[in-house]
Design a protein around this ligand. Structure first.
Ligand SMILES: Nc1ncnc2c1ncn2[C@@H]1O[C@H](COP(=O)(O)OP(=O)(O)O)[C@@H](O)[C@H]1O
Ligand SMILES: [Mg+2]
Length: 229
Protein backbone atom coordinates (compact mmCIF):
# COMPACT_ATOMS: atom_id res chain seq x y z
CA UNK A 1 0.00 0.00 0.00
CA UNK A 2 1.33 3.38 -1.03
CA UNK A 3 -0.17 6.65 0.16
CA UNK A 4 1.09 9.94 -1.25
CA UNK A 5 -0.23 13.23 0.05
CA UNK A 6 0.46 16.68 -1.33
CA UNK A 7 4.07 16.06 -2.25
CA UNK A 8 5.77 19.11 -3.69
CA UNK A 9 9.26 19.70 -5.08
CA UNK A 10 10.97 22.81 -6.35
CA UNK A 11 14.27 22.96 -8.19
CA UNK A 12 15.35 26.55 -7.58
CA UNK A 13 12.44 28.64 -8.77
CA UNK A 14 10.87 25.86 -10.87
CA UNK A 15 8.08 23.87 -9.25
CA UNK A 16 8.61 20.40 -10.71
CA UNK A 17 5.89 18.77 -8.60
CA UNK A 18 2.90 20.48 -7.10
CA UNK A 19 0.66 18.95 -4.42
CA UNK A 20 0.58 15.48 -5.89
CA UNK A 21 -1.69 13.04 -4.04
CA UNK A 22 -2.84 9.49 -4.71
CA UNK A 23 -2.91 6.12 -3.09
CA UNK A 24 -2.39 2.69 -4.60
CA UNK A 25 -3.38 -0.60 -3.04
CA UNK A 26 -2.04 -4.13 -3.16
CA UNK A 27 -2.84 -5.86 -6.44
CA UNK A 28 -2.92 -2.65 -8.43
CA UNK A 29 -0.53 -1.85 -11.24
CA UNK A 30 -0.65 1.91 -11.62
CA UNK A 31 0.87 3.58 -14.64
CA UNK A 32 2.27 7.04 -14.16
CA UNK A 33 1.85 8.54 -17.59
CA UNK A 34 3.04 11.94 -18.75
CA UNK A 35 5.18 13.63 -21.39
CA UNK A 36 8.90 14.20 -20.88
CA UNK A 37 9.52 16.76 -18.19
CA UNK A 38 6.10 16.22 -16.57
CA UNK A 39 7.65 15.37 -13.21
CA UNK A 40 7.43 11.57 -13.22
CA UNK A 41 11.01 10.86 -12.16
CA UNK A 42 10.89 13.61 -9.56
CA UNK A 43 7.75 12.10 -8.04
CA UNK A 44 9.27 8.60 -7.97
CA UNK A 45 12.46 9.92 -6.36
CA UNK A 46 10.42 11.58 -3.60
CA UNK A 47 8.30 8.46 -3.07
CA UNK A 48 11.38 6.24 -2.71
CA UNK A 49 13.18 8.71 -0.47
CA UNK A 50 16.04 9.20 -2.91
CA UNK A 51 15.35 12.94 -3.01
CA UNK A 52 13.94 14.95 -0.09
CA UNK A 53 10.52 16.47 -0.64
CA UNK A 54 9.77 20.11 0.17
CA UNK A 55 6.44 19.24 1.72
CA UNK A 56 3.84 16.51 1.81
CA UNK A 57 3.94 12.95 3.05
CA UNK A 58 4.56 9.45 1.76
CA UNK A 59 3.43 6.35 3.64
CA UNK A 60 4.67 2.91 2.55
CA UNK A 61 2.92 -0.11 4.08
CA UNK A 62 1.96 2.05 7.06
CA UNK A 63 5.44 3.54 7.56
CA UNK A 64 5.80 7.27 7.15
CA UNK A 65 8.84 7.92 4.97
CA UNK A 66 9.88 10.95 6.96
CA UNK A 67 9.40 9.48 10.43
CA UNK A 68 10.56 5.92 9.74
CA UNK A 69 12.70 6.17 6.61
CA UNK A 70 14.53 2.85 6.99
CA UNK A 71 11.33 0.87 7.52
CA UNK A 72 9.56 2.67 4.67
CA UNK A 73 12.51 2.07 2.34
CA UNK A 74 12.78 -1.56 3.38
CA UNK A 75 9.26 -2.06 2.05
CA UNK A 76 10.03 -0.31 -1.22
CA UNK A 77 11.77 -1.64 -4.31
CA UNK A 78 13.01 0.98 -6.77
CA UNK A 79 14.24 0.76 -10.30
CA UNK A 80 15.56 4.25 -11.09
CA UNK A 81 15.50 5.78 -14.55
CA UNK A 82 18.48 4.61 -16.65
CA UNK A 83 18.91 1.65 -14.29
CA UNK A 84 22.27 2.45 -12.68
CA UNK A 85 24.20 -0.77 -11.96
CA UNK A 86 27.83 -1.64 -11.19
CA UNK A 87 29.07 -2.72 -14.62
CA UNK A 88 32.20 -4.40 -13.27
CA UNK A 89 30.32 -6.76 -10.99
CA UNK A 90 28.98 -10.17 -11.92
CA UNK A 91 25.19 -10.47 -11.80
CA UNK A 92 25.19 -12.93 -8.89
CA UNK A 93 27.87 -10.97 -7.06
CA UNK A 94 25.92 -7.74 -7.43
CA UNK A 95 22.65 -9.22 -6.22
CA UNK A 96 24.44 -10.78 -3.25
CA UNK A 97 25.90 -7.36 -2.49
CA UNK A 98 22.44 -5.74 -2.58
CA UNK A 99 21.07 -8.55 -0.38
CA UNK A 100 23.87 -7.69 2.06
CA UNK A 101 22.85 -4.02 2.11
CA UNK A 102 19.40 -5.14 3.23
CA UNK A 103 20.99 -7.43 5.85
CA UNK A 104 19.08 -10.43 4.51
CA UNK A 105 20.14 -13.57 6.34
CA UNK A 106 19.29 -16.14 3.68
CA UNK A 107 21.34 -14.34 1.03
CA UNK A 108 22.43 -17.25 -1.12
CA UNK A 109 18.96 -18.76 -1.41
CA UNK A 110 17.35 -15.40 -1.93
CA UNK A 111 19.76 -14.46 -4.73
CA UNK A 112 19.14 -17.79 -6.47
CA UNK A 113 15.40 -17.34 -6.10
CA UNK A 114 15.32 -13.82 -7.52
CA UNK A 115 17.56 -14.88 -10.42
CA UNK A 116 15.00 -17.58 -11.22
CA UNK A 117 12.05 -15.21 -10.83
CA UNK A 118 13.50 -12.63 -13.19
CA UNK A 119 14.67 -15.21 -15.73
CA UNK A 120 18.36 -14.39 -15.32
CA UNK A 121 19.65 -17.97 -14.90
CA UNK A 122 21.55 -18.12 -18.18
CA UNK A 123 23.16 -14.69 -17.61
CA UNK A 124 23.88 -14.83 -13.89
CA UNK A 125 27.56 -15.74 -14.33
CA UNK A 126 28.20 -12.74 -16.61
CA UNK A 127 29.47 -9.31 -15.80
CA UNK A 128 26.72 -6.67 -15.82
CA UNK A 129 28.46 -4.79 -18.62
CA UNK A 130 28.11 -7.89 -20.81
CA UNK A 131 24.32 -8.02 -20.53
CA UNK A 132 21.97 -7.05 -23.34
CA UNK A 133 19.63 -4.18 -22.61
CA UNK A 134 16.72 -6.52 -21.80
CA UNK A 135 18.74 -8.60 -19.34
CA UNK A 136 20.27 -5.49 -17.83
CA UNK A 137 16.74 -4.33 -17.10
CA UNK A 138 15.94 -7.69 -15.50
CA UNK A 139 19.01 -7.29 -13.29
CA UNK A 140 17.65 -3.88 -12.28
CA UNK A 141 14.32 -5.47 -11.45
CA UNK A 142 16.06 -8.23 -9.52
CA UNK A 143 17.83 -5.71 -7.26
CA UNK A 144 14.51 -3.91 -6.74
CA UNK A 145 12.84 -7.19 -5.68
CA UNK A 146 15.57 -8.89 -3.68
CA UNK A 147 14.22 -7.89 -0.25
CA UNK A 148 10.66 -8.82 -1.25
CA UNK A 149 9.20 -5.30 -0.89
CA UNK A 150 5.45 -4.64 -0.80
CA UNK A 151 5.71 -1.59 -3.01
CA UNK A 152 7.49 -1.62 -6.34
CA UNK A 153 8.40 1.69 -8.00
CA UNK A 154 9.77 1.51 -11.54
CA UNK A 155 10.89 4.52 -13.56
CA UNK A 156 10.35 3.80 -17.26
CA UNK A 157 11.18 0.10 -16.91
CA UNK A 158 10.62 -0.60 -20.61
CA UNK A 159 12.36 2.41 -22.07
CA UNK A 160 14.78 1.41 -24.80
CA UNK A 161 13.54 -2.18 -24.95
CA UNK A 162 12.20 -3.83 -28.08
CA UNK A 163 8.54 -5.00 -28.00
CA UNK A 164 9.51 -8.56 -27.10
CA UNK A 165 11.67 -7.53 -24.17
CA UNK A 166 9.04 -5.07 -23.09
CA UNK A 167 6.33 -7.71 -22.97
CA UNK A 168 8.67 -9.93 -20.92
CA UNK A 169 8.84 -7.16 -18.34
CA UNK A 170 5.06 -6.84 -18.46
CA UNK A 171 4.66 -10.57 -17.90
CA UNK A 172 6.88 -10.33 -14.87
CA UNK A 173 4.83 -7.44 -13.47
CA UNK A 174 1.63 -9.44 -13.97
CA UNK A 175 3.15 -12.37 -12.09
CA UNK A 176 4.06 -10.06 -9.21
CA UNK A 177 0.73 -8.21 -9.23
CA UNK A 178 -1.25 -10.24 -6.63
CA UNK A 179 1.39 -9.72 -3.93
CA UNK A 180 2.55 -6.18 -4.68
CA UNK A 181 1.61 -2.56 -5.06
CA UNK A 182 3.15 -1.47 -8.34
CA UNK A 183 3.72 2.03 -9.69
CA UNK A 184 5.62 2.49 -12.92
CA UNK A 185 6.17 5.51 -15.10
CA UNK A 186 6.09 5.78 -18.84
CA UNK A 187 5.84 8.43 -21.51
CA UNK A 188 4.53 5.99 -24.10
CA UNK A 189 0.95 4.80 -24.34
CA UNK A 190 1.13 1.13 -25.45
CA UNK A 191 3.39 0.21 -22.56
CA UNK A 192 0.97 1.60 -20.03
CA UNK A 193 -2.11 0.32 -21.80
CA UNK A 194 -0.81 -3.24 -21.90
CA UNK A 195 -0.44 -3.86 -18.21
CA UNK A 196 -2.02 -1.18 -16.00
CA UNK A 197 -5.13 -1.53 -13.92
CA UNK A 198 -5.10 2.19 -13.39
CA UNK A 199 -3.56 5.27 -14.97
CA UNK A 200 -2.38 8.46 -13.28
CA UNK A 201 -1.88 11.21 -15.82
CA UNK A 202 0.74 13.76 -14.87
CA UNK A 203 1.34 17.02 -16.69
CA UNK A 204 3.48 19.96 -15.62
CA UNK A 205 3.98 18.63 -12.16
CA UNK A 206 0.32 17.96 -11.41
CA UNK A 207 -1.98 14.94 -11.54
CA UNK A 208 -4.54 15.84 -14.19
CA UNK A 209 -6.51 12.57 -14.09
CA UNK A 210 -6.56 9.31 -12.15
CA UNK A 211 -8.70 6.62 -13.79
CA UNK A 212 -9.21 2.87 -13.84
CA UNK A 213 -7.80 1.51 -17.10
CA UNK A 214 -11.12 -0.11 -18.06
CA UNK A 215 -12.96 3.21 -17.84
CA UNK A 216 -10.77 4.75 -20.52
CA UNK A 217 -12.18 4.27 -23.99
CA UNK A 218 -9.56 5.95 -26.13
CA UNK A 219 -6.32 6.38 -24.24
CA UNK A 220 -4.61 8.26 -27.04
CA UNK A 221 -7.36 10.84 -27.38
CA UNK A 222 -7.60 11.32 -23.62
CA UNK A 223 -3.83 11.67 -23.27
CA UNK A 224 -3.78 14.35 -25.97
CA UNK A 225 -6.63 16.23 -24.32
CA UNK A 226 -5.06 16.10 -20.89
CA UNK A 227 -1.60 17.15 -21.97
CA UNK A 228 -2.58 19.83 -24.47
CA UNK A 229 -1.14 23.25 -23.61
N1 LIG B 1 18.03 17.97 -10.51
C1 LIG B 1 17.29 18.85 -11.19
N2 LIG B 1 17.59 20.18 -11.17
C2 LIG B 1 16.83 21.08 -11.83
N3 LIG B 1 15.74 20.77 -12.56
C3 LIG B 1 15.40 19.47 -12.63
C4 LIG B 1 16.15 18.45 -11.96
N4 LIG B 1 15.57 17.25 -12.22
C5 LIG B 1 14.50 17.51 -13.00
N5 LIG B 1 14.39 18.84 -13.25
C6 LIG B 1 13.32 19.48 -14.04
O1 LIG B 1 12.06 19.15 -13.44
C7 LIG B 1 11.09 18.88 -14.45
C8 LIG B 1 10.56 17.47 -14.26
O2 LIG B 1 11.59 16.55 -14.55
P1 LIG B 1 11.42 14.97 -14.39
O3 LIG B 1 10.85 14.70 -13.05
O4 LIG B 1 12.71 14.35 -14.73
O5 LIG B 1 10.31 14.65 -15.50
P2 LIG B 1 9.95 13.31 -16.28
O6 LIG B 1 10.56 12.18 -15.54
O7 LIG B 1 8.46 13.28 -16.31
O8 LIG B 1 10.52 13.45 -17.67
C9 LIG B 1 11.79 19.10 -15.79
O9 LIG B 1 11.50 20.41 -16.22
C10 LIG B 1 13.26 18.95 -15.45
O10 LIG B 1 14.08 19.70 -16.31
MG1 LIG C 1 11.86 10.69 -16.15
Amino acid sequence: MLEVQNITKKYGSQTALKNVSFSIGKGEIAGFLGPNGAGKSTALKLITGSLPMDSGSVVISGYDLRREPLKAKFHTGYLPENNPLYDDMYVTEYLDYVAGLYLLDNRKERVAEIIRQTGLQAEAHKKIEQLSKGYRQRAGLAQALIHNPDVLVLDEPSSGLDPNQSSEINRLLLRLQPEKTILFSSHTLPEVAAVCTRILFIHRGEIVADLPRNEIEDLEVLFKELTAV
